[in-house]
Ligand binder design. Structure first.
Ligand code: ACO
Ligand code: KIV
Ligand code: MG
Length: 520
């Protein structure tokens, strides 16, 4: 039913061709089961017409279209066919199982395509179109006719052929921008002129089908609707021939968000858009570009401090739609080198940390330093960084700097600067490997007889730039102390972990001395 302030004439029929035009692009072929899964999802999310395939293509495509037709709930199931008797019959046979089926027949109408590709005169193309639409209508009530390369066709000729196919029984007339050539104002005018000049245009729904060769598929589709079309052909994630088709999620959200400019309505449940994007991406193995409108992983993510601060104060500062509208739980604040303190504090609070002003400032500085070296900062990185910050706040021995020479030509050599009770000390040491050199350096700087009982390294997150988390256990006089430290540099993490355990030993010894003195 139409929303309160809208009528049926403002309704835009959403025709999804992910399973036909989407699947046509190299590498996007889906299995039978994947096609069924995508079709079910499209049906559930309120797509009006699902173009399930091109039945003459192969036995597999015929079976997929037939099965999708059998399982269809409310959507019309369409199949594509050339303007060829065998194609039409095969298509009608496949979609006949649907509650509502559609035969979609296509033929090119541009001078170039008719002459070079079809080797037919314009009159022959009209004759064939009329015959094929009539043939389809003899088998099914719902017939769509498409003028391939429509936007490069001559207007007078297009008016003639469109009038003829509507007379022959076409219920939908599609004027594709097959090669993504048109522009928004041109396409609005094109559709307007065609609809005005074709005498029986009120007997069919006019449709747009735009390709993205110049990145204008969505803008052109909307412009075509402004020009009078009431069906939009599109695909999930904008997949399709060459640079793709108009993206369904972008069309639908543009109509929802800018209804002042596009005063139309459709039946899509927008909260399923994110899921649909993921299902199609998985089925086709086509990754979704990070900055893809609506469904890209950055579409509702903010890393810049000024933006994060704005979003925390009021999301509408930097978001023109709420993430819940497209099926996301919430927008995300990603920490990185562009982040500010507001977002950092917010993230810490979310993770259950409450730091004092000095600790917070230190942790923030270290997060920035880490972000300069590491591409992605995960919650685990923050956790490692803050835990270490809290543990290190009372340390008597602190690492100031470390340089290690490693490689195939040993011996490995470490140069280390430590702050020991406020005094800066520097030393060099060699070792049997870089870690050994680092630990030998510490022993020179802070002589001790603790034994190394455990040394363990693992990656905190994924990737070659992941932080290394090192655990070190030292034992002295029957007591063991363990410490952990994380850093993108494994040797720095090793030094910090060793010093963490050593600090614990020193602190413990200090506490024991104080309590012994108190007892005597
Ligand atoms: C703009 C679009 O997206 S249109 C849809 C494009 N999609 C596809 O092509 C995917 C499925 N296609 C296929 O599986 C095959 O191309 C088939 C089964 C349709 C045809 O295969 P073949 O018979 O081997 O022909 P082939 O694909 O090599 O050539 C196409 C033939 O169809 C003709 N043709 C092209 N478009 C049409 C049309 N709309 N109506 C009638 N004939 C057409 C061509 O002129 C050519 O005919 P010719 O052999 O007399 O020169
Ligand atoms: C089959 C038609 C509608 C098509 O995909 C195109 O012209 O791009
Ligand atoms: Mg196409």
């Amino acid at each position: 039913m139409a929303p309160a302030n809208k009528s049926d004439k403002d309704r835009v029929i959403i025709f999804d061709t992910t399973l036909r035009d989407g699947e046509q692009c190299p590498g996007a072929t889906m299995t039978f089961e994947e096609k069924l899964e995508v079709a079910e999802l499209l049906d559930d999310m309120g797509v009006d017409v699902i173009e399930a395939g091109f039945p003459i293509t192969s036995e597999g495509d015929f079976q997929a279209v037939s099965e999708i037709a059998r399982r269809s709930k409310t959507a019309i199931i369409a199949g594509l066919s050339r303007a060829h008797p065998a194609d039409i019959d095969r298509c009608a046979e496949a979609v006949k199982f649907a509650k509502r089926g559609r035969v979609h027949t296509v033929i090119a109408t541009s001078p170039l395509h008719m002459r070079v590709k079809l080797n037919k005169t314009p009159d022959q193309v009209i004759e064939t179109s009329v015959a094929m639409v009539a043939r389809a209508r003899n088998q099914i009530d719902d017939v769509e006719w498409s003028a391939e390369d429509g936007t490069r066709s001559e207007m007078d000729y297009l008016c003639r052929i469109v009038e003829a196919v509507i007379k022959a029984g076409a219920t939908t007339v599609n004027i594709p921008d097959t090669v993504g050539y048109t522009t928004p104002d041109e396409y609005t005018q094109f559709m307007k002129t065609l609809i005005e000049r074709v005498p029986n245009s009120d007997k069919a729904v006019f449709s747009v089908h735009c390709h993205n060769d110049l990145g204008m598929a969505v803008a052109n589709s909307l412009a075509g609707v402004v020009g009078g079309a009431r069906q939009v052909e599109c695909t999930i994630n904008g997949i399709g021939e060459r640079a793709g088709n108009a993206a369904l999620e972008e069309i639908v959200m543009a109509i929802n968000v800018r209804n002042d400019k596009f005063p139309f309505w459709n039946k899509i449940d927008t909260t399923q858009l994110t899921r649909a994007s993921k299902v199609v991406s998985a089925a086709t193995s086509f990754p979704v570009q990070y900055n893809k409108a609506i469904v890209g992983r950055n579409a509702f993510a903010h890393e810049s401090g000024i933006h994060q601060d704005g979003v925390l104060k009021d999301a509408s500062t930097y978001e023109i739609m709420r993430p819940e509208m497209v099926g996301l739980k919430q927008s995300s604040l990603v920490l990185g080198k562009h982040s500010g303190r507001h977002a950092f504090v917010h993230k810490l609070e979310e993770m259950g940390y409450k730091l004092g002003p000095n600790q917070l400032e230190d942790a923030f500085t270290r997060m920035k330093a880490l972000a300069d070296r590491k591409k992605d900062i995960y919650d685990e990185d923050i956790e490692a960084l803050v835990d270490e910050e809290m543990a290190a706040s009372h340390d008597r021995i602190k690492l100031t700097s470390l340089t290690v020479i490693a490689g195939t030509h040993g011996p490995q050599r470490a140069t280390m600067k430590l702050d020991v009770d406020g005094q800066i000390k520097i030393e060099e040491a060699e070792g049997n490997g870089p870690v050994d050199a680092v630990f030998n350096c510490i022993k020179r700087l802070v002589p001790h007889d603790a034994k190394l009982e455990l040394y363990q390294v693992h990656a905190v997150t994924e990737g070659t730039d992941a932080q290394a988390e090192v655990s070190v256990r030292l034992s002295q006089e029957g007591r063991s102390m363990t410490a952990r430290a994380a850093d993108p540099d494994t040797l720095v993490a090793s030094a910090k972990a060793y010093l963490g355990a050593l600090n614990k030993i020193v602190m413990k010894r200090q506490r024991d001395t104080v309590s012994a003195a108190a007892a005597s």
